[in-house]
Unconditional design. Structure first.
Length: 312
């Protein structure tokens, strides 16, 4: 399906150096914020008290958030889990208070909104558990990157694998840089969004790489730069349709999803926007700088019955 088809190739790679310099500057800025400010980790990573509350009817979460927020904690999380009648409250670690004291204060706040609220469970999550979650999240990110590189190296060629990983890490670091710069809360949901962006971004790169490989077979007299420009131009309509439809859903979550989904949707929004950029101006450009050529993707001619043919 195509909304439009461009008749002339857009010379994307003519400006690849400029865009790569912009990418490097953005990447360096993100690394700077990560190094100087760090991530504002949520309660899942830093530890705290988790309280589960049951209600006879679906409560007004906004009123509960306001009531719990008046307790004076630096950050709190109030969200549904399981059903609309079950509410989970997360409170940060506080000196001089134990989980029992925190749960008592939280329940008083909740019962000011719903007097029939029932305390179901109180659980303390220590910083050691939070540290393990952070380490597991980093390992998950590492395994995803290694898996993507192996997949692309097998499907295409090692130069494409390197190009795609550079582009994907570019997206991930920039997302983390935004969260570090503005000190937005980094939670498990945001980590899930980062992993989703990795898969989403590599899919876009694979589409362009597939077209590049196809073009090398068809455009025998074209230079690698011309082949790449044609591949990007030919997939432009598909790229716009895919990203616009995805972004519509993500923006809906961002606007209407409430606090529980806000940072998850925000990370996806940043990742999708930079994913378009990186697939074209980072992945394709890096493949070009690495010297991708026809012989890397198309097997040489062999002689058969006195004639030459391409090995399939």
């Amino acid at each position: 399906m195509e909304f439009f088809r461009l008749k002339r190739d857009i010379p994307f790679m003519r400006h690849a150096l400029i865009f790569n310099l912009i990418s490097f500057a953005t990447f360096a800025l993100a690394v700077f914020f990560l190094a100087t400010r760090g991530l504002h980790l949520s309660i899942e990573f830093t530890g705290g008290t988790v309280i589960e509350v049951g209600h006879a009817q679906a409560p007004d979460l906004e009123k509960i958030r306001e009531a719990v927020g008046r307790l004076g904690y630096a950050e709190t999380q109030v969200q549904n889990f399981g059903s609309s009648r079950d509410v989970m409250i997360r409170l940060p670690l506080t000196k001089g208070e134990n989980p029992a004291q925190q749960s008592d204060k939280a329940m008083q706040a909740v019962r000011s909104v719903d007097p029939l609220a029932e305390l179901r469970r109180v659980e303390f999550v220590g910083p050691q558990v939070g540290g393990e979650l952070a380490a597991d999240g980093a390992m998950a990110l590492l395994f995803v990157v290694i898996g993507i590189m192996i997949y692309l190296a097998i499907r295409f060629e090692w130069k494409f694998a390197v190009a795609a990983i550079v582009a994907n890490l570019h997206d991930v670091v920039i997302i983390l840089g935004f969260f570090a710069a503005f000190q937005w809360e980094f939670s498990l949901a945001v980590l899930a969004a980062v992993l989703a962006v990795l898969g989403y971004s590599v899919n876009e790169s694979v589409v362009i790489f597939d077209r590049i490989r196809e073009n090398f077979r068809k455009m025998r007299k074209a230079t690698p730069r011309e082949v790449i420009d044609n591949a990007i131009t030919a997939t432009a309509s598909r790229t716009i349709i895919t990203h616009l439809s995805t972004e519509m859903m993500v923006v809906s979550m961002l606007v209407f999803g409430g606090p529980a989904l806000f940072y998850f949707a925000l990370a996806l929004t940043i990742g999708i926007v930079f994913g378009i950029y990186s697939s074209v101006f980072v992945a394709a450009a890096v493949a070009m700088w690495l010297g991708i050529k026809r012989e890397d993707l198309v097997k040489p001619l062999k002689k058969k019955d006195g004639e030459f043919e391409i090995v399939p």
